[in-house]
Design a protein around this ligand. Structure first.
Ligand code: SF4
Ligand code: SF4
Length: 400
């Protein structure tokens, strides 16, 4: 599963409870721990942490109810206006129609009247059908679909265990979400970058699917398992993204691209829109199918047990989770970054990249991102193009 498409929240609009630490506002809830695809780039099953093997397949209704109760308790304590929740996996649609309805009902009921619940679901879409779409509509669930490009690009990794590609099923699901009665449930497309795929062809293919938003994600990598083609001086990921950005600007920014919009927002002094950039405080926690709290699950690529916190929804409150040393360490902003990042000219925009991408076995996370050169080049590209930035702002204003 690719990372959840969590939007940026607005802490300024929420009051903090006197005497307690910063609030958590973003929740990734793993309602199913297995998947119907066997993607070879999956961080859940194909990387260092294999904790999924010991977890229940499906989150029980008891765990769902207790998670919802913890969230309600936290919302009240911190007087939050909005919380963001992504139903995630594995593959969340594996829970089936009946259970998905019960899960959505539980979270909606627990938070009704307390705050706005931005409820989302991130799926490979292989099982997405009319009945699921009815549930999305009934419970106002916004759905993100993982699509890596055209058939060749998508099926390069996103295959069933028997080797069949999933492209046709996914495109069929996207077409269903495009229908006017379901369109409001379609949140956008998440695309994991693979340098084997032509950037413009990938972008044009995704654009043709008419998503309300596109997001590009760097592949997961660490200093011990570096990304492909990351030799000295090389910036292949920046080059891939800049090729798309050139086309995007030239066409008048026809669709929001979350990564680009995030850089533009940060350059304009605004917030980051993605977890992988900026120095905003970490507000995200994961709940696994057994009710275990974990840090961002991209940490699964670092080493076995890397996201673990030793806390569960039954034994710990979200304030206790927020006070965990690992969470506090990641809430120190620029001061919590390594020496190179602290003295970097683009640190406020980059923020050292995704936390997991800083990992090196010898010294943990006290490093720049393994994508450092790419991030710096991409940010510099946007910095050097004030005219294009102004044009995109104008487009934003026209959109709103
Ligand atoms: S769809 Fe692919 S990447 Fe997502 S959880 Fe399943 S195997 Fe992993
Ligand atoms: S560009 Fe590199 S050095 Fe600068 S903040 Fe990002 S990761 Fe750190």
């Amino acid at each position: 599963m690719t990372k959840a498409g969590l939007p940026h929240s607005n802490p300024a609009s929420d009051a903090s409870a006197a005497g307690s630490g910063p609030a958590l506002r973003q929740f990734v809830v793993k309602v199913h721990s297995r998947c119907d695809l066997a993607c070879d780039h999956c961080y859940v099953y194909e990387h260092a942490d294999q904790s999924w093997r010991g977890r229940p397949r499906v989150m029980s209704q008891d765990v769902v109810a207790q998670t919802a109760a913890r969230m309600a308790e936290h919302v009240i304590a911190h007087r939050l206006n909005t919380v963001h929740l992504v139903l995630h996996g594995g593959e969340p649609l594996l829970v089936g129609h009946t259970r998905l309805r019960r899960i959505a009902q539980e979270f909606r009921s627990a938070l009704d009247g307390l705050c706005r619940l931005d409820l989302r679901l991130q799926t490979n879409a292989v099982r997405l059908d009319e009945q699921f779409c009815e549930i999305f509509r009934a419970y106002d669930i916004k759905v993100g679909v993982s699509v890596d490009g055209d058939r060749t690009a998508h099926d390069r990794h996103r295959r069933f265990a028997d080797g069949r590609g999933s492209y046709d099923r996914v495109v069929g699901a996207v077409q269903l979400l495009q229908e006017s009665r379901h369109r409001n449930s379609f949140a956008g497309i998440l695309c994991t970058i693979d340098l084997e795929n032509d950037p413009l062809r990938t972008y044009e293919t995704l654009l043709a699917l008419d998503p309300p938003k596109i997001d590009f994600l760097l592949p997961h990598a660490t200093w011990n398992t570096p990304p492909p083609r990351s030799g000295p001086g090389a910036t292949p990921y920046a080059d891939w993204l800049i090729t798309i950005a050139e086309q995007w600007f030239a066409a008048g920014c026809p669709v929001p691209v979350r990564l680009f919009d995030s850089v533009l927002s940060l350059l304009g002094g605004g917030p980051s829109l993605v977890e992988s950039m900026g120095t905003d405080s970490v507000e995200l926690v994961v709940v696994e199918t057994d009710g275990t709290f974990e840090q961002a699950d991209s940490l699964k690529i670092a080493y076995p047990g890397a996201p673990a916190m030793g806390m569960t929804v039954f034994s710990h409150s979200l304030d206790e989770v927020a006070a965990h040393p690992a969470m506090r360490k990641r809430r120190r902003g620029i001061a919590g970054l390594c020496t190179s990042c602290r003295s970097c000219s683009v640190v406020r925009m980059c923020g050292g990249g995704l936390y997991a991408h800083r990992f090196r076995a010898e010294n943990g996370f006290d490093n720049p991102s393994v994508f450092c050169r790419d991030l710096k080049k991409m940010i510099s590209y946007f910095q050097d193009r004030p005219r294009l930035v102004r044009a995109s702002r104008q487009t934003d204003a026209e959109r709103s």
